[in-house]
Ligand binder design. Structure first.
Ligand code: IPM
Ligand code: MG
Length: 356
């Protein structure tokens, strides 16, 4: 197959880890007889520096025409004092909105080789394998008004959802559960928030269409606790934008490092965007020590979800596991008796296994 992939390196460790993914995709292309062509475009702080806009028009045009998009990460202290519309994160939110990437899938799998690298008790996290389905284009991130009022004494952010926005993500949650262990946990704050009450009603109405899926509702505070005390109780979690943001960082602790967590942001019919769940880690950028695995696993998700290349995706995932079996790890992972390697060494080790 011929596929056209737009690459958005962004900031911090974004460019380094994206290069790892590109190297691996090239090897996959050769092995499976595909042709991938890559088109680099600007986003985030890099775009602000270059053209004074976090999401330049040519990036959106290229992204709309792509078969899929890979994104590194955005943000960094350099732009922290910028006005809101000139912050790198604005570029990320704007591309999610422009491409209607409403469904963010974040699989969280406790690799057996890394169980001891988590600060949590091994016995509690053993067997944890869950998927967070996070709503990505609504809620507090996009509600209007969102402003500091002119007296400077009052600020407003708005949590708004339409029925159809909730319905489509809830359906995605049910569909995802159908393909997995058939358990859906809907996370909300229905004891307080109006938006959560509507969310819960919609889940209740939708569940008749998925009779094999067991459904539970969980308040977000309780869910936060259960995620680290009994994570293997979860299969699919469906939740609104902000709750999903917070819970997915929390869930990454199960994997030993945020550097292990991939994600897919999907539209109804359009192009998909794949990015690690972690940020741009400006403190370690340029040192060659970043963990490329979340980015590499994100490109495996791209192969599976956007191109239907299941075998190719599995080849990458199996190679990552094999590297972990060998005890290889980057500096973010506290592996006992392992071998600490650089970003590039980890990438090469994965490539060697794919080629073997
Ligand atoms: C994420 C990130 C982003 C978010 C930031 C960088 C805007 O934390 O993808 O989880 O909050 O969505
Ligand atoms: Mg986040």
């Amino acid at each position: 197959m011929n596929k056209h992939i737009v690459l958005l390196p962004g900031d911090g460790i974004g460019p380094e880890i994206l290069e790892s993914s590109v190297a691996i995709l090239e090897v996959i292309a050769t092995k499976f007889n595909h042709q991938f062509d890559f088109d680099y475009q600007l986003i985030g702080g890099a775009a602000i520096d270059e053209v004074n806009h976090p999401l330049p028009e040519p990036t959106v045009i290229a992204a709309e025409k792509a078969d899929a998009i890979l994104l590194g990460a955005v943000g960094g202290p350099k732009w922290d004092q910028n006005p809101s519309d000139l912050r790198p994160e604005r570029g990320l939110l704007a591309i999610r909105k422009a491409l209607d990437l409403y469904a963010n899938l974040r699989p969280v799998k406790g690799f057996k080789q890394l169980l001891h690298a988590s600060p949590l008790k091994e016995k509690n996290i053993q067997g944890s394998d869950l998927l967070i389905v996070r709503e990505l284009t609504g809620g507090l991130y996009f509600g209007r008004p969102s402003e500091r009022q002119n007296d400077g004494e009052r600020v407003i952010d708005t949590l708004a959802y339409t029925r159809s926005e909730i319905e489509r993500i809830v359906k995605k949650g049910f569909e995802s559960a159908t393909l997995r262990k058939k358990k859906l946990t809907s996370v909300d704050k229905a004891n307080v928030l109006e938006s959560s009450k509507m969310w819960r009603e919609i889940v209740e109405a939708e569940k008749v269409n998925y009779p094999d899926v067991e459904v539970e509702h969980c308040l977000v505070d309780a869910a936060a606790m259960k995620l680290i005390t009994q994570p293997n109780q979860f299969d699919v979690i469906v939740t609104e934008n902000m709750f999903g943001d917070i819970l997915s960082d929390e869930a990454s602790v199960l994997t030993g490092s945020l550097g292990m967590l991939p994600s897919a942001s999907l539209a109804e019919n359009g192009v998909g965007l794949y990015e690690p769940a972690h940020g741009s880690a400006p403190d370690i950028a340029g040192q060659g020590i970043a963990n490329p695995i979340a980015m590499i696993l994100s490109s495996a998700m791209m192969l599976r979800y956007s191109f239907g290349m299941n075998q190719e995706a599995e080849t990458i995932e199996t190679a990552v596991e094999a590297c972990l079996d060998q005890g290889l790890h980057t500096a973010d992972l506290h592996v006992k008796n392992g071998t600490q390697v650089s970003t590039q060494e980890m990438t090469e080790a994965i490539i060697n296994i794919i080629n073997s």
